[in-house]
Design a protein around this ligand. Structure first.
Ligand SMILES: Cc1ncc(COP(=O)(O)O)c(C=O)c1O
Length: 281
């Protein structure tokens, strides 16, 4: 198999030839932001929303770059890798500079994109189910920025994996904020609850799609946090994300959620989500 093609600073090249500078600020300081975009049947899902969020994240770290080429490069990368169903990773960092906390103003950003194959989504794709653990949310106060600084997320996800679970739900001041790489929803009495899109969560694009679908299905949505103590009383819990899509949480911290099976509200939202993807891509 030949090496996948990636994009680095204006060039498409084999992954093994893509080299970052040793004094890359992305490496020294996690000084950069990223996105992951899902392609279905050769078409990007919610491309504009990802571009908008990338620009908000860039603004959030005062990185003056408005990503003019990213959408076209992303599409081209999928094509050059012969993919139809893919996840494309976009990364923009402050660039290469002698290591210094103070950010110089004349830096050239490093722009890197890679694509990997994803499984196609069948029209009758079953709703994925996973289990979760809860864990302390020890991240910074700017979780709305899709920053490269993912150490707390990777440590949390690894704790989940070691406990045999698929996701770690972050708990800040008693409240569930979100998952390590997903947003989290719970159903109480047929109504949907999720943490508001403030500085303590990443405003997930899948989250927003699911909220819009819930509106269409006349499912009440409250952008209002619930607590870890509320979890045992939840009728349903699920998480959303570009990679995960939507997954029902059937147990949290070893305790079954309701009867331990995906619930009716989650199933309805999943069916609507799959139909939306199949209709738009
Ligand atoms: C911390 C966090 N929250 C939520 C999400 C879900 O966001 P999206 O639906 O835009 O992928 C992600 C995705 O990577 C994430 O890392």
């Amino acid at each position: 198999m030949h090496a996948p093609t990636v994009y680095l600073n204006g060039e498409f090249l084999p992954r093994e030839d893509a080299k970052l500078g040793a004094d890359e600020r992305g490496v020294h300081f996690a000084d950069g932001v990223y996105e992951v975009v899902r392609y279905f049947s050769g078409k990007a899902f919610t491309m504009n929303e990802h571009l908008d969020r990338l620009r908000r994240s860039l603004d959030g770290i005062d990185l003056p770059y408005d990503a003019p080429e990213i959408a076209a490069v992303s599409d081209e990368l999928v094509r050059r890798n012969g993919l139809t169903d893919a996840r494309v990773y976009w990364q923009v960092t402050r660039g290469v500079a002698p290591r210094d906390h103070v950010i110089a103003d004349d830096l050239q950003p490093t722009v890197y994109l890679s694509a990997e194959e994803a499984r196609p989504l069948a029209a009758d794709e079953p709703l994925p189910t996973i289990t979760a653990i809860t864990t302390l949310d020890d991240r910074w106060h700017n979780c709305w920025i899709k920053s490269l600084m993912l150490l707390p997320n990777t440590l949390a996800k690894t704790r989940a994996a070691k406990a045999g679970a698929g996701e770690a739900l972050f708990v800040r001041d008693g409240r569930i904020t979100e998952g390590a790489s997903t947003n989290c929803f719970a159903v109480f009495d047929g109504e949907l609850y999720t943490h508001p899109a403030d500085r303590f969560i990443l405003e997930g694009i899948t989250r927003n799609v699911v909220i819009a679908l819930a509106d269409e299905l006349d499912i009440a949505v409250h952008e209002q946090a619930f607590t870890a103590a509320d979890l045992p009383g939840a009728d349903e819990i699920f998480v959303t994300g570009t990679g995960t899509l939507l997954a029902s949480i059937t147990a949290a911290d070893g305790k079954l959620v309701a009867n331990g099976r995906a619930g009716a509200v989650t199933q309805r939202l999943w069916a609507a989500f799959v139909a939306l993807i199949n209709n738009t891509c």
